[in-house]
Design a protein around this ligand. Structure first.
Ligand code: S3P
Length: 450
């Protein structure tokens, strides 16, 4: 969907204790990759626990447009009949990736080394986001791209008919860029090498190995060096998608700031490249225990037991941790507002090019709720007010950003006066069951009429 048909204003108000089990949906990053790699394998890949959010549904639709057969066989259960590496056919129409930067950038990479042309677009948020970060490295393979000013969508990608392998150092910490280059490297002969100075989420490397590609990862003084041997035959897999730590963050943070709460969030991925929020919350004094640690679908997972934590204190998050919690800063800033002391988030400038400028969106909304904020290009500082002291009482602008919407609704559960968001519709991109799941825990959260 390229536009939300209608806005859904929502309000959250101070709630009694949150109690119960929060079964959050499947991991968004892994869900996109399962569909894309399934489409590039020879044979039928089966996926369980797929996130059925709009972002992932848009990727499923795109894979069909490139020739794969993608079928929903049950709740969260999907099968993908792949066309093989280099087997994509040319889509008959524009590919609409909706709100999803991950979807569009990974798919651009996956088709970039096939002799086909595809035009991509998305919603008003996605059409503002920079695509040059993927088209620059894709050009090294021989791919051409023509888009709007500033490398914005809509954009047409002309795949390289005769691709060459590349060696590329990713200039910004971005798993999407890394993944686009690796997926493009699949259909180039020889070895494609991607170097990242800071580790970002490693689901693509893990899953490529699972599908039978030769991938080597070395830690060197230059950074993480990932070497992929091109033109493998990918073998179809059964992918069990673990629950999304970025979605789990919302009930977890809500339980930490709503007095008396005690919840269990089972089966959450504890991949170290995604774990920064949980490291930070523990430093703040959060009462979280990681029970029953185990491996599921090639990822470490655990059941999270989370209890209200009255003594949360402000901390500083170092720049090197930013990539491992990049999607969690909005909700961390809400916890920081309810903590005692100042929280300083450093090295966060990538937040400015997400679904919205997340530094700006959180700063303006928190200020409207009575919280003192400082910011510069690369830093967000929240002056905590202590438990139960955030005034609230504002309507916050979401800017088509699901995580901004959920963060302010979490704040409303612990603020003195209700907190509203102008539009909760984008929540469906990543966490379609957010509203009933939070309500079942005891959250006073509702759609506001008018
Ligand atoms: C993602 C990478 C991150 C993250 C996004 C998902 C991925 O984006 O913010 O939600 O699945 O690769 P960047 O690569 O832009 O950091």
């Amino acid at each position: 969907m390229s536009a939300h048909a209608e806005q859904i204003p929502m309000t959250a108000r101070a709630s009694g204790p949150l109690r119960g089990v929060a079964e959050v949906p499947g991991d968004k990053s892994i869900s996109h990759r399962a569909l894309i790699l399934g489409a590039m394998a020879v044979g039928t890949t089966r996926v369980t626990g797929l996130l059925e959010g709009q972002d992932v549904l848009d990727t499923a639709k795109a894979m069909r447009a490139f020739g794969a057969t993608v079928t929903r066989t049950g709740p969260g259960e999907w099968s993908v009949q792949g066309v093989g590496v280099g087997g994509f056919s040319e889509p008959a129409d524009v590919i609409d990736c909706g709100n999803s930067g991950t979807g569009v950038r990974l798919i651009m990479g996956a088709m970039a080394t096939s002799p086909i042309t595809a035009t991509f677009t998305g919603d008003a948020s996605l059409r503002k986001r920079p695509m040059g970060r993927v088209t620059v490295p894709l050009a090294l393979f021989g791919t051409r791209a023509v888009g709007r000013a500033g490398g914005r969508l809509p954009m047409t990608i002309v795949g390289a008919a005769d691709p060459v392998p590349v060696r590329y150092t990713v200039p910004v910490p971005s798993a999407q860029v890394k993944s686009a280059v690796l997926l493009a490297g699949l259909n180039a002969p020889g070895e494609t090498v991607v170097i990242e100075r800071e580790a970002t989420r490693d689901h693509t490397e893990r899953m490529l190995a699972g599908f039978g590609a030769q991938v080597r990862v070395e830690e060197t003084p230059e950074g993480r060096v990932i070497t992929l041997t091109g033109q493998p035959e990918l073998r179809p897999q059964t992918v069990a998608v673990p629950r999304d730590p970025s979605s789990a963050a919302f009930p977890v943070c809500a339980a930490l700031i709503v007095p008396g709460s005690d919840i269990l969030v089972p089966g959450v991925s504890r991949n170290p490249t995604r774990d920064g929020l949980y490291v930070t919350l523990l430093e703040m004094g959060a009462d979280i225990t990681f029970e029953n640690p185990r491996e599921e679908g090639g990822e470490p997972v655990a059941d999270l037991r989370v209890r209200y934590s009255a003594a949360l204190k402000g901390v500083e998050t170092p720049p090197h941790r930013a990539a491992s919690m990049i999607d969690e800063f909005p909700v961390l800033s809400v916890v920081a507002a309810c903590a005692t002391g100042t929280t300083v988030m450093r090295g966060v400038k990538e937040l400015r090019v997400k679904e919205s400028d997340r530094i700006d969106a959180m700063a303006r909304g928190l200020e409207a709720c009575g919280v003192r904020i400082e910011e510069d290009e690369d830093t967000l500082i929240v002056h905590g007010m202590g438990p139960g002291n955030v005034p609230g009482g504002a309507t916050c602008a979401v800017h088509l950003d699901h995580r901004i919407a959920m963060s302010f609704l979490v704040l409303g559960l612990a603020a003195r006066a209700p907190v509203s968001v102008d539009d909760g519709a984008p929540i469906a991109t990543s966490f379609p069951v957010f509203e009933p799941l939070m309500q079942a825990l005891g959250a006073a959260l509702e759609r506001t009429s008018g």
